[in-house]
Structure formats: structure tokens, C-alpha cells
Design a protein around this ligand. Structure first.
Ligand code: SF4
Length: 349
């Protein structure tokens, strides 16, 4: 059993669900913009938000941000231990530090003391760019990264601190995988998963899905951050889909066929509309919906879905768990499918 660690109102580990996190990209000193972005992230499904604290003004801005935020705020600190202590004072629920760049153990001890006083958790960890060189002499890169992180965990333990979240991130999916499996065998603290500097767009989504998804399927990972260059809302949406796909979160699942020469309806347009309906009206309902191009293959292929639609020469057929319940003419496909979908999703889908 993984230890339970409290981050404000969110609990990681034990039997708790995997928490989604993201990071604001506003200037932290711009309180209004930061609070607005946090709220948008929360509404998209973000459970925890991390904020960069590069200077004392940012640490002080946390005072108002943490008061107004409806989700726990994590302060991201590099180099200056005073920023961590100030962030704790101003309401951060967790501090993310890399003890290796904080300077010396006395400074880390000061942070730990402040965190203990306010019951604030600490995330320690490294990424592949900050592997301690000495470990590279004895281990492969994945193990060297894991041992670098575990050294930080042992430092906190020596200081009598156990409200720890561990993270080891690499931009290599394979290295990330081996490293986190190794860490899971060594410690029972919650693990924060992510592929660091995953890149942009589709490439970032594929890397994160492969890297985080494979570990989630092995039961490793108590909180995740999908890292994509750009709008953090995108990170949260992808993280949510990833958790649904790996069976770690209840939510709607859209199944649609790739289309081929048998396709009788505009699958792409209809699937896009269905996704919008589900996101808007049933974001937390466990339902699978199939949109298939033809009835010849589609009804059978989509029979595991709670509800589906498949194209025919004159329109479409609507099916529930593989059984056709209605034939619809082309002009009424969207309207009628939405009506029946609403009934099914609103019931006990
Ligand atoms: S469901 Fe029909 S249209 Fe879609 S890919 Fe399969 S055979 Fe082609």
C-alpha cells in the first residue's frame, strides 16, 4: 500500500484516485491572471496546480492566490530556500524542491522545519538533466536518475520528514519507465509521473501517453502531469483522457471507426459532435459511445459500447449494446442520436 500524503484537500496514495496536476504559465505576480487560469484548469479537471515562485514578490503573491484558489497550490522553487519558506508562509500546500540545487543540507533543514510546522508536503525529485554524476559511474542512466532521487528522499527522512512525494522525470520514455519502476520497488511514497520536456502537439501527447500510460497500467503513479508546450488546459484534458483510457478515472469514452470505402456517414463530424456533447453534459459519466461508418461491420465492432450509431445507405441505425433499436433517416441522425444518448447517459449507463 502506498503511503497517504495530504496536499491541502487532496490526498495522494493509499486508495485515493490518481490526481491530475498542471502548472500555470502566467506571471505569478499577476494575481488576477493566475487565479483565472487556475479556475479554468480546475473546471477542466485539474486537482492540483503548481506555480513558479522565482522571487520574493511571487512568494508574496501566493498569499492572495492560495486564498482564492479552489484547488491546492504547489510552489515550485529552485535555488533559494527562502522562497520555499515564504511560500509555505503564504499558503502553499506543497513545495517542489530539488535539494541538489538548494545549496546545503542546513537550508533544506530550514525548509523541512517550516513544512512540518504547517503540515505542508514536499516533492523532491530530479530529471534526467540533473542526475548526480557519481551514480553514472556505477549505474545505467535510468538507475542513476532513480538513485539521485532516492538520495534526496533519504535526506528528508534523516530530517524526520515523511510527507514526501517523489518524482523522477526523463524526456526518454524508456528511461522514465525503468527509473520509476525502480523507485517504486524502493520506496512507498506517492510518485508524481510525467515525461519532462515532452515537446509540442501530437508528439508530446504520444510521448506522455506512452510514458505515463505504461506506468499507470502497472499501478505506478499517484499523480500525473502531462507536459505540453503551450496552453496548460490542453495538459489537463489529455491527462483526463489518459486516466479514463487506463481505467483510473470514470468518464465518457468515445469509440469511432477509422472510416473506409464502406463509410456511409460523416463519421469525423458526428464523432466530433458526440465528444462535445459528452464533455459538456456528461463529463464524469462512465459511458462508451460508438460512432461507426457502416452497419455491416460497425454494429458488431461497436457492440461493447453502451450506445452506438452506424451509417446505412439511407441514414443510420442506432444500437444499444449491439442491438439495433432504431432506424433513422439521414436528415435526423444528429438530433435523434443526441436524444437517445441523453436518455441513456442520464440513466444508469
Ligand atoms: S465500421 Fe464500416 S465504415 Fe468503419 S472502418 Fe469498419 S467497415 Fe469501414
Amino acid at each position: 500500500m502506498i503511503r497517504e500524503v495530504e496536499i491541502g484537500s487532496v490526498r495522494l496514495g493509499a486508495e485515493n484516485p490518481v490526481a491530475i496536476q498542471s502548472m500555470t504559465n502566467t506571471k505569478t505576480t499577476d494575481v488576477e491572471a493566475t487565479v483565472l487560469q487556475i479556475e479554468a484548469l480546475r473546471l477542466a479537471g485539474c486537482d492540483l496546480v503548481r506555480i513558479a515562485v522565482p522571487d520574493l514578490d511571487s512568494a508574496r503573491a501566493l498569499g492572495e492566490i492560495t486564498t482564492r484558489s479552489l484547488i491546492p497550490v504547489i510552489a515550485d522553487i529552485h535555488f533559494d530556500h527562502r522562497l520555499a519558506i515564504e511560500s509555505i508562509r503564504y499558503g502553499a500546500s506543497k513545495i517542489r524542491i530539488n535539494p541538489g540545487n538548494i545549496g546545503n543540507d542546513n537550508k533544506v533543514e530550514e525548509i523541512v522545519r517550516a513544512a512540518k510546522e504547517r503540515s505542508v508536503a514536499i516533492r523532491v525529485g530530479s530529471n534526467s538533466g540533473s542526475i548526480k554524476p557519481a551514480y553514472l559511474d556505477s549505474y545505467d542512466r535510468a538507475t542513476a536518475l532513480a538513485e539521485s532521487v532516492l538520495e534526496e528522499v533519504r535526506l528528508l527522512e534523516r530530517l524526520g520528514f515523511e510527507q514526501i512525494v517523489v518524482s523522477a522525470k526523463s524526456s526518454s520514455v524508456l528511461e522514465n519507465h525503468a527509473c520509476n519502476r525502480y523507485i517504486r520497488q524502493k520506496v512507498d511514497y506517492p510518485i508524481h509521473l510525467g515525461i519532462t520536456e515532452a515537446g509540442i502537439g501530437t508528439a508530446a501527447i504520444v510521448k506522455s501517453s506512452a510514458g505515463i500510460g505504461a506506468l499507470l497500467l502497472e499501478g505506478i503513479g499517484e499523480t500525473i502531469r502531462v507536459s505540453i508546450t503551450g496552453d496548460p488546459l490542453q495538459e489537463v484534458r489529455i491527462a483526463k483522457l489518459l486516466l479514463i483510457a487506463t481505467g483510473r478515472l470514470f468518464g465518457p469514452e468515445l469509440i469511432s471507426c477509422p472510416t473506409c470505402g464502406r463509410t456511409e456517414i460523416d463519421v469525423e463530424a458526428l464523432a466530433g459532435s458526440v465528444k462535445e456533447w459528452l464533455d459538456k453534459d456528461f463529463p464524469s459519466t462512465q459511458i462508451s459511445v460508438a460512432v461507426m461508418g457502416c452497419a455491416v461491420n460497425g454494429v458488431g465492432e461497436g457492440k461493447h459500447a453502451n450506445i452506438g450509431i452506424a451509417g446505412t445507405r439511407k441514414g443510420a441505425v442506432i444500437f444499444i449494446k449491439g442491438k439495433i433499436v432504431e432506424t433513422v433517416e439521414r436528415s435526423r441522425i444528429r438530433e435523434r442520436f443526441r436524444e437517445i444518448l441523453k436518455n441513456i447517459a442520464g440513466g444508469s449507463a
